[in-house]
Design a binder for this molecule. Structure first.
Ligand SMILES: [Zn+2]
Ligand SMILES: [Zn+2]
Length: 143
C-alpha cells in the first residue's frame, strides 16, 4: 500500500512522520469511522509495520490537532475515529455486523431552534445515533 504524503499534517504544525502519515491517510480514505485495532491490523497487513500503542499515540495527537474526530458509539463502548471534515454528522450502526454508516443530513436543526425558543436553553450540540440492521443483515435474518 502506497499512501500519499499529507500536507494537512504540516498545515496543522505536525511533523509528517511516516507512521503519522500512514494512520492519517488510512482514516481519510475509510468510508466509515474506524477503530484503533482496525488501523493497526490494516497497516500491518499492508506492509506498514506499526504497534498498537503507537497507533493510539498518533490518534491522540491527530485528535488534539482536530484532524481526526473521536466518536464513541456505545454498542461495544469502543472509540472510533474519523476524518474531521468539519461537517456535522449522524450515524447508523448495524447491530448485526457493526457497520457504521454516516448520515450527512441533520434533521434536528429546526428542532434545536424551536427548543431554544421554548426553553431559553443554550444548545451547543447534540448527538444522534440510530441502531438497527443493514440491508445485508436484514436479508440474513429473513432467511
Ligand atoms: Zn449489518
Ligand atoms: Zn444533527
Amino acid at each position: 500500500m502506497k499512501l500519499k504524503e499529507s500536507n494537512e499534517l504540516k498545515q496543522s504544525g505536525l511533523k509528517n512522520t511516516k507512521h503519522r502519515n500512514d494512520v492519517f491517510e488510512l482514516i481519510k480514505k475509510s468510508e466509515q469511522p474506524v477503530s484503533a485495532e482496525y488501523i493497526f491490523s490494516e497497516l500491518n497487513k499492508n506492509n506498514c509495520p506499526i504497534n498498537l500503542s503507537t497507533v493510539y499515540r498518533i490518534l491522540d495527537t491527530l485528535c488534539l490537532s482536530d484532524l481526526v474526530t473521536k466518536i464513541n458509539i456505545d454498542t461495544e463502548n469502543k472509540n472510533l475515529y474519523e476524518y474531521n471534515c468539519m461537517a456535522h454528522r449522524h450515524y447508523m450502526v448495524c447491530l448485526g455486523c457493526d457497520k457504521i454508516l454516516t448520515v450527512k443530513n441533520c434533521p434536528l436543526q429546526d428542532y434545536e431552534k424551536q427548543l431554544i425558543d421554548e426553553t431559553d436553553f443554550v444548545i451547543t450540540g447534540h448527538k444522534l445515533v440510530m441502531y438497527g440492521y443493514c440491508p445485508q443483515c436484514k436479508q440474513q435474518q429473513n432467511n
